[in-house]
Design a protein around this ligand. Structure first.
Ligand SMILES: [Zn+2]
Length: 344
């Protein structure tokens, strides 16, 4: 952070502006999300290109947040938003997307320390088979490349992965993700394409994430037994994240219904729970997806940026990325009502 930014941040807190907006928004509910949580001391055979939440920083962040917020569960937040529960000032919910096992092994003890009941969102077909998500599978495959680059064609256009260094690969992987999201208007076509790209690289290197996923600290997913235990013993709430991590805004109506209804049935049958909450994979949704989700769930979460007021739409709840780092002011500002008011 530059010195100017540091001074500005300090002024925002010293002047009382932060506290003023925090007080004004005290009845809004903040919902944060995270994905994989990893212990910095874990020795691993690879490291994903995407940034991970580090356990040590997560603990620091929650320690900072507890001074300004009250941690509540998603189910309590819903009761508040539906006016079935009296408001709790500066309430904050933690959610975890995708169902990584490390959310339970590394994350759960930290959450328990702060009395947090997080909600974990499961893509049931992935959890059932411990099938890696394409973003983890491709990430691993690319890192096994010994060639300096890898060419692929995205709908007739050549894309080159620069594998010369981790930094260059990180940049081209991020560019690739943006590119395919812009190019493919069908989620099924995108997943088929990605499957082919992964197979191509895996054939070339002879290595695949599926070979090591069972013991992989990053990509392995919690199984039904582990999820049940987390629900029963660790205070976790469990929601659906579709069957196949499908982008509901980019599939046909029949698939939208299937992804929403069958994942709920699967979770309820396998875990003996009521599954009332849903999270849109990749923040992809449209009017039909929202309407259909409301038939099966009491709430659905997006990654649209913002806080949630009492009269908000429960089927498009807003969330913010769980901030991490070692600067308390930066952490508080990242999710602050002041920032939401100024920039969003
Ligand atoms: Zn997801």
């Amino acid at each position: 952070m530059t010195i100017i930014k540091r001074i500005l941040l300090s002024l925002i807190f010293k002047s009382g502006i932060y506290h003023f907006f925090h007080f004004l928004s005290r009845h809004k509910i903040t919902i944060l999300y995270a994905h994989s949580i990893i212990d910095a001391d874990t020795s691993t055979s690879w490291k994903p290109l995407r940034s991970q939440h580090i356990a040590q920083e997560l603990a620091f962040t929650l320690d900072v947040l507890k001074e300004k917020y009250t941690f509540i569960s998603l189910s309590t937040a819903l009761k508040i938003l539906q006016k079935e529960h009296e408001p709790i000032s500066n309430a904050l919910v933690i959610t975890l997307d995708d169902g990584y096992l490390n959310n339970l092994t590394i994350g759960a003890p930290i959450f328990a320390h702060f009395g947090i009941s997080p909600t974990i969102f499961i893509a049931t077909e992935h959890s059932q088979h411990n099938r890696p998500f394409w973003f983890d599978r491709l990430d691993y495959a690319l890192q096994q490349m010994t060639d300096e680059n890898f060419h692929t064609s995205i709908q007739g256009e050549t894309f080159v992965f620069d594998c010369q260094s981790r930094k260059k690969l990180q940049q081209s992987y991020a560019a690739f993700r943006r590119k395919i999201k812009a190019c493919f208007k069908s989620d099924v076509a995108m997943r088929e394409y990605l499957n082919k790209v992964c197979q191509q690289i895996e054939k070339k290197t002879g290595k695949a994430l599926s070979q090591i996923i069972a013991d992989d600290p990053y990509a392995t997913l919690a199984n039904w037994q582990q999820l049940k235990s987390a629900e029963k013993n660790l205070g976790f709430e469990i929601g659906s994240h579709t069957l196949n991590h499908a982008r509901l805004g980019l599939v046909d109506n029949h698939t939208v219904s299937d992804e929403l209804s069958k994942s709920k049935i699967e979770l309820e049958n396998k875990l003996a729970i009521h599954c009332d909450s849903f999270c849109y994979p990749d923040n992809s949704y449209n009017g039909y997806a929202v309407e259909t989700a409301s038939r099966y769930y009491k709430s659905a979460l997006t990654t649209d940026i913002g806080l949630n007021a009492l009269n908000c739409n429960l089927m498009t709840l807003k969330r913010l990325n769980l901030p991490t780092g070692i600067n308390p002011l930066k952490i508080l500002y990242a999710i602050s009502a002041l920032r939401m008011t100024l920039f969003f």
